[in-house]
Write a new protein. Structure first.
Length: 72
């Protein structure tokens, strides 16, 4: 692989990893909210889900913007 290809592959893997971690966090929050009987823990589960969904959307987009190839 050429150095640019290796860097692109590494960046792609970082983006996919962030999305997977965010998805796992959202699933954890849903499980926490669904199995709890007390309302503070349900609110915590919902907050975890919302923050994980925000992470799935915002972090990869900001990294892609930062890593964008400059225009000539």
């Amino acid at each position: 692989m050429m150095p640019d290809d290796a860097r692109a592959m590494r960046r792609w893997m970082v983006l996919v990893g962030i999305r997977l971690v965010g998805t796992a966090g959202a699933v954890l929050g849903m499980i926490l909210a669904a199995r709890s009987h007390e309302w503070p823990i349900k609110v915590l589960g919902i907050a975890i889900v919302l923050s994980a969904l925000a992470m799935i959307v915002i972090v990869p987009a900001s990294l892609a913007h930062r890593w964008r190839t400059p225009k000539p």
